[in-house]
Design a binder for this molecule. Structure first.
Ligand SMILES: Nc1ncnc2c1ncn2[C@@H]1O[C@H](COP(=O)(O)OP(=O)(O)OP(=O)(O)O)[C@@H](O)[C@H]1O
Ligand SMILES: [Mg+2]
Length: 339
């Protein structure tokens, strides 16, 4: 099993393709994406709306709505460990999405915080019973009392006030920020080896966002969990991630360590993104929107997907064939004919 800087590999995604087959055409939501996630490390994923961030995460969890979606190619390998620390290698795309094995992985091995908190709680059951159920499904020999105590403790750790009372509240009785915290509690209660946060703080105000980010970082340091952090917000990703993957129309445009990609962004898309977002220090610079509109998701683009909006495009080259993703310096990959 591969390791990087002493961190063991947990997820290996190779050439993943997840498409949606719709009446209007085929959306290649994820179109040949490869990356690794290591224990104790954080991968940030950024890119404009619709570039395939959520569908990449959903593919790892095997929760892509199907139909119309389907993982049509590639491999997603998990390097699991059982309670005796024996390693088990699983290709999740070979597993039935709703089978026992995959259900055992979701929630236990991989916890996910969703973009929209209401999607992960049923309105019909209390917050506490839903978090407890996650423990009782995944861990044998745990009593109801133990599951309840652990749930109260977890709710308290994510900053829910009066957890002994609010454990019995229903989702609609929580504010948006509290639901988001409760969802984090649910994602973490079984001690997952990977936490996927899909815009986990988008719905929150900045103060609560900062608290949640600190909480995720603390828990990561404490449990040595891997983190996949998806966001539009470059400043947040920069703070959370050790490395950053930039996506555009289902493909990886650039991928490198966070320091490197901030200091030395190479892809014209990355550079345009950096310019369009306020600086990390919060300096108020004028935002420069990326010119041009995103192509239709149904379009078949023969060359570089960013061609139509790229300031440095070379007609005849960039629109002829797709550029390969190239490693231009150790650990720094870019998909662009300029390099
Ligand atoms: N259930 C679905 N049915 C049809 N198309 C879908 C579905 N889910 C996603 N898509 C399409 O797949 C593409 C990638 O969507 P995805 O949700 O991964 O984007 P995203 O990068 O997460 O965007 P955002 O930043 O808005 O969350 C988009 O074109 C989207 O319309
Ligand atoms: Mg999304």
């Amino acid at each position: 099993m591969a390791a990087a800087n002493g961190h063991s590999l947990f997820v290996e995604v190779q050439d993943l393709k997840t498409y949606f087959f719709l009446h209007e055409g085929t959306v290649k939501a994820v179109d040949g994406v490869s990356f690794n996630i290591y224990e104790g490390r954080s991968l940030g994923v950024i890119g404009e709306s619709g570039c395939g961030k959520s569908v990449t995460a959903q593919s790892i969890m095997r929760i892509v709505p199907s139909p119309p979606g389907r993982e049509v190619g590639g491999r997603i390998t998990l390097y699991l460990k059982d309670d005796q620390q024996h390693q088990e290698v699983v290709d999740v795309l070979d597993l039935p999405a709703s089978g026992a094995k995959m259900r055992g992985i979701r929630g236990k091995q991989i916890g996910m915080i969703f973009q929209e908190p209401m999607t992960s709680f049923s309105p019909l059951h209390t917050i506490g019973s839903q978090i407890m159920e996650n423990i009782l499904i995944h861990e044998s020999g745990v009593s109801n009392k133990q599951a309840r105590d652990r749930t109260i403790e977890m709710l308290s750790r994510v900053g829910i006030p009066r957890p002994k009372t609010l454990i019995d509240a229903y989702p609609h009785q929580f504010s948006g920020g509290m639901r988001q915290r409760a969802m984090i509690a649910m994602a973490l209660v079984c001690g997952p080896r990977l936490l996927i946060g899909d815009e986990p703080t988008t719905a929150l105000d900045v103060t609560i966002e900062a608290q949640i980010l600190d909480l995720i970082k603390d828990l990561q340091a404490q449990f040595g969990m891997a983190l996949m952090y998806i966001s539009h917000d470059l400043a947040v990703v920069g703070e959370m991630a050790d490395e950053i993957m930039v996506m555009y129309l289902g493909q990886v445009m650039e991928h490198s360590s966070t320091d490197e990609i901030f200091d030395n962004p190479l892809h014209p898309y990355t550079i345009a993104l950096w310019r369009s977002i306020p600086t990390i220090e919060g300096k108020l610079e004028r935002l420069v929107p990326i010119s041009g509109a995103l192509p239709s998701p149904y379009a078949t683009i023969p060359g570089c997907p960013f061609f139509s909006r790229c300031e440095r495009r070379i007609a005849g080259t960039c629109d002829g064939a797709p550029p390969p993703l190239k490693e231009v310096s150790p650990g720094h990959q870019v998909r662009c004919f300029l390099y």
